[in-house]
Design a binder for this molecule. Structure first.
Ligand code: ZN
Length: 290
């Protein structure tokens, strides 16, 4: 295995469960392991003592909202991707097809998981390679507004590079269509003549092939952009504002969020530039946390 093989295998890890549904379980498991290796962890992770709790928190915070989270799925299923190994797994075998062992069995047999010997030696050999690999995993699966939060939760102090695959026309086209104003709160601050803290947000993430077109964009202030990417806000099919019931806060939160709930957001004059319903629906089912 060469570093390029490892890189290709890591980036090929299946991240769609069905169609283009967001299923960040495996990317988060990989990012977790790479981050721990950078901090000096040895090759194998204990399901019971580490992954069960740490990956649970990552899935809860950065995955789509679910009633139950399953850190045991990626921990077990990564063996199918050719880069992962499990120790003490014999006790959980054999299994009927497509039937993963429940947590209780992973705990009972003290199952350990980690990158394969070959992959691990490449990772240990070249710190910069590992940093770049971790960077790619995060940037291929999460929008740039979220990546720093994940790095912080992974205990990384290194500043990860920002993704630069953004189409430069996207920002200009979106800000133009929305008159340089946040579509939700109307924030339109300018310093001299330059806008600040106004951003062009993707509704369907470009990591999931959301295009850089105005009908997949919104002009938002930095706060509402982050709220969109974190799933704090979403939109009904007639572009009225929905707010996650999990949102808490004081008076400023009332003014920036609750008082705007159910109101229609400001849209471009030209109807052809309105957000497309398919992108809005993708965001509601994959990102919004009801
Ligand atoms: Zn705003």
């Amino acid at each position: 295995m060469t570093p390029n093989d490892l890189r290709a295998a890591v980036l090929n890890v299946k991240r769609w469960s069905r169609a283009d549904q967001r299923a960040p379980n495996k990317p988060l498991m990989i990012a977790y392991a790479l981050a721990k290796y950078l901090q000096g962890h040895d090759q194998m992770f204990s399901y019971e003592d580490e992954v069960d709790q740490d990956l649970y928190l990552l899935l809860q915070r950065f995955g789509p909202a679910r009633r139950v989270y399953h850190p045991e799925y990626p921990f077990w299923r990564l063996i199918n991707d050719g880069i992962w190994q499990l120790d003490n797994a014999e006790g959980c075998l054999p299994r009927k097809s497509n039937n993963d062992p429940p947590k209780s069995e992973l705990v009972k047999h003290g199952v350990l998981g980690g990158f394969s010997d070959e992959a691990y030696s490449l990772i240990k050999e070249d710190r910069q390679f590992t940093i770049d690999l971790l960077n790619s995993v995060l940037n291929e699966n999460f929008p740039e507004s979220i990546v720093p939060d994940i790095s912080a939760q992974l205990g990384l102090e290194l500043a990860l590079k920002q993704d630069n695959k953004r189409d430069p026309k996207f920002r200009a086209d979106v800000l133009n269509a929305y008159n340089g104003r946040c579509a939700i709160c109307g924030f339109d601050a300018r310093l001299n003549n330059n806008l600040f803290a106004i951003e062009a947000a993707h509704i369907k993430w470009k990591q999931f092939n959301g295009p850089c077109t105005v009908n997949n964009g919104l002009a938002l202030c930095s706060i509402h952009h982050k709220a969109l990417d974190k799933g704090v806000i979403g939109f009904s099919s007639d572009m009225r504002l929905k707010i996650s019931q999990a949102l808490n806060g004081g008076k400023v939160i009332d003014a920036l969020f609750w008082e705007l709930e159910g109101k229609q957001i400001s849209l471009p004059r030209n109807k052809n530039l309105f957000p497309s319903e398919g992108y809005v629906k993708w965001h509601i089912s994959n990102v919004f946390s009801s």
